[in-house]
Design a protein. Sequence first.
Length: 73
Amino acid sequence: MLKNKPKPGRIRVLELLEMHGTLRPIQLHTLTGLSRQRIHSLLRDYVRKGVITKKGVSPRTWYSLSKSSATKK
């Protein structure tokens, strides 16, 4: 029997943002089980690349897929 490999964090974060629309880093941490440091690292990289948008300032920061990345799929 084949085991289902867990998806890498990068893919899981994008899938969750696509499914839920807008999420906070603590929600991503709870849903994925990834460390808070890893979540923030991924989010920072995605914001720099323009894949997601950041709304608000710490500690009330929300992230969502950018309109350009949502239309590419």
